[in-house]
Ligand binder design. Sequence first.
Ligand code: AMP
Ligand code: ZN
Length: 143
Amino acid sequence: MNCIFCRIVKGEIPAEVVARTEDVVAFLDVQPLADGHVLVVPVAHEACVEDLEPAQADALFRAVTRLAGPVREAVDAAGTTIGVNNGEATGQTIPHVHVHIVPRWEQDGAGSIHTIFPRRGRRDVKEVGTAIRAGIDVARGAD
Ligand code: AMP
Ligand code: ZN
């Protein structure tokens, strides 16, 4: 396995680790979009969020909620943009789930998530809603 994030999780390559639990490791991005840009990764090597086991997903988002405040306060930011490039087509460069926590300030020149998308959805919202509801794994949602 030649995954950079797996190697960071195992301590095989250096990283500025800010938090570590049994299930999750958080460290500073080596090419930060802003001071305090943190990546939160599950210990488990999975490419996309939908590949995570429920307990792994719970631990990951729990860590994000726990870190958002300290990350923001450490660099005196006004907020954070929290996001995941989920799949190669979205710009994900490392196929190991990672949540970006990027500190933000007013007038920092970056936009909201909405600014990523030059076009808007075109399909009927009800029709799309029906398709999503039909695809939800009920068993997975129950645990
Ligand atoms: P993404 O485009 O969502 O796949 O983001 C991958 C992120 O990983 C980028 O922001 C990189 O700067 C970051 N990155 C790549 N290698 C390392 C590394 N060795 N340590 C910390 N961050 C890294
Ligand atoms: Zn990995």
